[in-house]
Design a protein around this ligand. Structure first.
Ligand SMILES: [Zn+2]
Ligand SMILES: [Zn+2]
Length: 124
């Protein structure tokens, strides 16, 4: 026996924003973790880095372990729904609230000439 194997489960509450529409997201997640905490007098000096967890006077410090488990389990790009349509590029309205959202005159008349130019470029 060179240490104590710690196995655990933790539940965490998440709060964040959808990356597409900025809607507030709250969720809960369960994470499991397992780590061997080596007795201090068994840890070789060169092993005293972040890779090896050691018992600190018969106590285990679960915080780094828990933090790593939670951070790894977090979604990289949280979404309010898997198919969140995001925001209207013209006015910023949240499209999930208004699926038929559309603009009659999407183009400012002062820029209409540029739109014609763009059409010509695409045709060439
Ligand atoms: Zn969203
Ligand atoms: Zn809009």
């Amino acid at each position: 026996m060179e240490g104590v194997l710690v196995t655990g489960t933790a539940r965490a509450s998440l709060t964040g924003e959808c990356v597409r529409c900025l809607e507030q997201i709250t969720d809960e997640m369960d994470v499991t973790f397992q780590e061997l905490f080596v007795y201090e007098d068994h840890a070789l000096p060169e092993e005293e880095d972040d890779e090896v967890s050691t018992l600190q006077a018969d106590l285990v410090d679960l915080e780094p372990l828990l933090r790593d488990a939670v951070v790894l389990a977090l979604p990289f790009q949280p979404l309010c729904e898997d198919d969140c349509p995001g925001l209207c590029p013209d006015c910023g309205a949240r499209l999930a609230d208004d699926p038929d959202h559309a603009h009659e005159a999407a183009i400012d008349p002062r820029w209409a000439a540029l739109a014609d130019l763009n059409t010509q470029t695409e045709q060439n």
